[in-house]
Design a protein around this ligand. Structure first.
Ligand SMILES: Cc1cc2nc3c(=O)[nH]c(=O)nc-3n(C[C@H](O)[C@H](O)[C@H](O)COP(=O)(O)OP(=O)(O)OC[C@H]3O[C@@H](n4cnc5c(N)ncnc54)[C@H](O)[C@@H]3O)c2cc1C
Length: 451
């Protein structure tokens, strides 16, 4: 592609900003990033409270965050935030220690069985499911892999592996097929409680590409990264470092793709580009763009999670000592309940804690926002950490994804075949997974393939 191509990028979250970085690395400097909000970072959102930043969106990374690390190096920053430590409670607010054999001697046979199944999964992923962990979903439904490996080598790999078709199954069925049902008890912590849905509805590909074996072990062993000024600061640094920082408060009202150009009407003015990279939700692309039938028929199949975050104050005497996971609330039946609460600044009782709840499950009635909020505040009382005040709340458009039937029918390969068709490229969460690493890595892959 001509290095002077005029490239428009929609969205200044991790996907859009890292697309800018990778374009620069390849010598493309004629790009513009449009952001509708008055700040960058998207779902990496770290507001200030009493002189410190807390997290309303993304919280952590891991040593397997290779693309995020590339961003850190590009900006000269590092993960310098508070250490993450957690404990567990049951739904009635009693502290438990479910993985400690000394505390649960009767559970030792079950724990040994679980350990054996985790080991078995590790072996299966290395052998039967070789290629499972590459970024993106190209080829999976056809039994292929093609993308960047989630390893330190960070290299492009591709190959055939018919077994990868099993990744189209919901994770629960994938586990049953391989006789490793108990691994779900481990994976559920960093999966469902982080808002990514329930294992009976979400294709295994999403679960295992995000929680590849190494990343899961980092979660278990709490070898995790945080940032003192919040995850948003990563993207603020990147935005400042790029040749062209994002154009904030951009209100895009129309996009027309015709005769090899892309005309964007933004804040009432028309601007003309050669190429378009969309990192904003594809589900809503048709509300402002001249969406074509092939785009619409695919983007209509996307669903998302209703994931709510509250930032609350407590009285000093009610402040939790640490962060807590409530495993019993990570089931579809208990949707709308508190699954995790996060105490980021453990040295300061005047900082807020944040709470996390999921409200939806495929084909079931969604819990209304206000009901969920009330339930979560009640749950905090049950946990003996009642809130005195809600300081911020957010119902996120979270983890856009498709379901198993569409995954298996080739949704990803069809959308990948559409890349560039209308001078338009699709990136962001649904193309890979809803986390910082996968979205940044996918932007790398996209720029490498097409620019
Ligand atoms: C509560 C919560 C916890 C999370 N925890 C983690 C975590 O611990 N670790 C992790 O790696 N990830 C985590 N994530 C997920 C991570 O934040 C997202 O996956 C990541 O930010 C996605 O990047 P993105 O650029 O694809 O999308 P987004 O971050 O959603 O950014 C999209 C951007 O596009 C903009 N936009 C949308 N529409 C338009 C438009 N029409 N015109 C212009 N701009 C537009 C938006 O304003 C936004 O800035 C969490 C998210 C949330 C909400």
């Amino acid at each position: 592609m001509d290095k002077n191509a005029r490239i428009a990028i929609i969205g200044a979250g991790p996907a859009g900003l890292s697309a800018g970085m990778y374009l620069e690395k390849k010598g493309f400097f004629n790009y513009t990033i449009f952001e509708k909000e008055d700040h960058v970072g998207g779902k990496c959102h770290s507001p200030v409270y009493n002189g410190r930043r807390y997290e309303m969106g993304a919280i952590m990374g891991a040593p397997s965050y290779f693309a995020v690390h590339e961003v850190e190096e590009f900006c000269g920053i590092t993960h310098d935030g508070p250490q993450l430590i957690r404990k567990y409670k049951d739904k009635d607010g009693r502290e438990i220690d479910p993985f400690n054999p000394r505390k649960n001697p009767l559970q030792i046979p079950h724990m040994l069985k679980m350990k054996g199944q985790v080991k078995k999964l590790a072996e299966l992923l290395e052998t039967k499911y070789k290629g499972y962990d590459v970024n993106g979903h190209r080829g999976v439904a056809e039994g292929r892999y093609d993308g960047y490996a989630a390893t330190a080598s960070h290299e492009h790999v591709e190959g055939h592996n018919e077994n990868l078709k099993d990744l189209c199954l919901p994770f629960k069925d994938f586990c049953a097929l391989n006789d490793i049902e108990l691994v779900q008890d481990i994976w559920v912590g960093p999966y469902t409680s982080f808002g990514y849905g329930y294992f009976d509805e979400i294709p295994a590909a999403y679960v295992l590409k995000y929680l590849d074996f190494a990343t899961t072990m980092y979660f278990i062993n709490l070898n995790l990264w945080t940032w003192k000024d919040g995850t948003q600061s990563i993207w603020e640094h990147l935005n400042a470092k790029l040749k062209h920082g994002a154009r904030l408060n951009s209100d895009i009202t129309h996009i027309e793709r015709k005769d090899g150009t892309v005309t964007i009407t933004v804040n009432g003015q028309q601007e003309v580009f050669d190429q378009l990279i969309v990192t904003s939700p594809l589900q809503y692309f048709g509300s402002y763009a001249d969406i074509r039938e092939d785009e619409k028929s695919h983007f209509d199949k996307i669903d998302y999670e209703r994931y709510d975050v509250l930032a609350v104050e407590t009285k000093p005497e009610d402040h939790p000592d640490i962060s807590y996971y409530v495993f019993e609330n990570m089931t579809p039946e208990r949707r709308g309940h508190l699954m995790v609460y996060y105490n980021r600044w453990r040295d300061d009782v005047n900082q807020p804690i944040t709470t996390y709840a999921l409200r939806n499950h495929k084909d079931e009635k969604e819990i209304p926002y206000d009901v969920c909020k009330k339930t979560v505040l009640n749950d905090l009382k049950t946990m003996h950490n009642p809130a005195s005040n809600v300081i911020k709340e957010q119902a996120w458009y979270y983890f856009p994804h498709i379901y198993s039937e569409d995954y298996k029918a080739g949704w990803y390969d069809e959308v990948e075949a559409m890349q560039g068709r209308y001078n338009t490229y699709y990136a962001g969460e649904v193309m890979s997974f809803g986390d910082m690493e996968e979205t940044a890595e996918y932007s790398r892959d996209l720029v490498e393939r097409f620019f």
